[in-house]
Design a protein around this ligand. Structure first.
Ligand SMILES: C[S@@+](CC[C@H](N)C(=O)[O-])C[C@H]1O[C@@H](n2cnc3c(N)ncnc32)[C@H](O)[C@@H]1O
Length: 201
C-alpha cells in the first residue's frame, strides 16, 4: 500500500494498518508519528500512559523498549512490560496509586478523551479538564528534563491552557500528526525538557 493521502480515506487506511501490525487502535500511528518527529519516548524510559485503553500507545511504547504504567477509567487487556491501573485521572487517589508504583517518569503521555457529546464546546471543555489532570500527573511525577504529550480538542480555552503549561518546558509546540483525522478537532501539545516542579514561571 502506498503512502496515505490526506483524504477521508485515512481513517480506513490506519484502521487496516493497525489490524495488520497487531495494534489495538489506529491511535498507535499517531504516537509513532509524533515520536518519530519529537523523540518523546526512548528505549529504557519509564513512561506513564494516561487514558491508555485499549492500549495502542502502550504497545508502541513497550515496542520501543520502555517500561510503561498505563491508566484508564476502563479496563485494558494485558500487554508485556505494561503495568495497568484502572482509575480516573481526575482523581487525586489515582495519582497517589501511580506514585506507589513508580515515583518518577521520563515521559508522561496522555491520549485521554471524553465520550463525545457532539456538542463542540462541551467536548472541548471536558478535554481541557482531562489535559489539565494529565499535566498534574506530569507536574508531580515527571523528572526534570522529561517529556510530556497530551491530546486536546481545540476550542477557546486552548490558548489559556498553553499559557499555563508551556513555560514549564524548554521546548513546547502544538502538533497534529498525519494519522489524526483530517476534520478532527484534536491537536497534541508536545512539551520537552520539563523544568521541574519547583521551577515555575
Ligand atoms: C482515544 S482513547 C485512548 C486510546 C489509546 N491511546 C490507544 O492508543 O489505544 C481515550 C481514552 O481515555 C479514557 N478516559 C477518558 N476519561 C478518563 C478519565 N477521567 N480517567 C481515565 N481515563 C479516561 C477513555 O476511557 C479512553 O479509553
Amino acid at each position: 500500500m502506498g503512502k496515505p493521502r490526506r483524504t477521508i480515506d485515512r481513517q480506513d487506511y490506519y484502521y487496516w494498518k493497525a489490524k495488520e501490525k497487531g495494534y489495538r487502535s489506529r491511535a498507535a500511528f499517531k504516537l509513532i508519528q509524533i515520536n518519530k518527529k519529537f523523540g518523546i519516548i526512548k528505549k529504557g524510559y519509564k513512561v506513564l500512559d494516561l487514558g491508555a485503553s485499549p492500549g495502542g500507545w502502550s504497545q508502541v511504547a513497550s515496542n520501543i523498549g520502555a517500561e510503561v504504567v498505563a491508566v484508564d477509567i476502563n479496563r485494558m487487556p494485558p500487554i508485556e512490560n505494561v503495568t495497568f491501573l484502572m482509575g480516573d485521572i481526575t482523581s487525586k487517589e489515582t495519582l497517589e496509586s501511580v506514585r506507589d508504583i513508580c515515583s518518577e517518569f521520563d515521559a508522561v503521555i496522555s491520549d485521554a478523551a471524553p465520550k463525545l457529546t457532539g456538542k463542540w464546546t462541551i467536548d472541548h471543555l471536558i478535554s481541557i479538564d482531562l489535559a489539565r489532570a494529565s499535566f498534574s500527573f506530569a507536574e508531580e511525577l515527571l523528572r526534570p528534563g522529561g517529556n510530556f504529550l497530551v491530546k486536546i480538542f481545540q476550542g477557546e480555552e486552548i490558548n489559556r491552557f498553553y499559557r499555563e503549561i508551556a513555560p514549564k518546558f524548554r521546548f513546547r509546540k502544538f502538533h497534529s500528526p498525519q494519522a489524526s483525522r483530517k476534520r478532527s478537532a484534536e491537536i497534541y501539545f508536545v512539551g520537552k525538557g520539563f523544568k521541574g516542579k519547583k521551577l515555575r514561571e
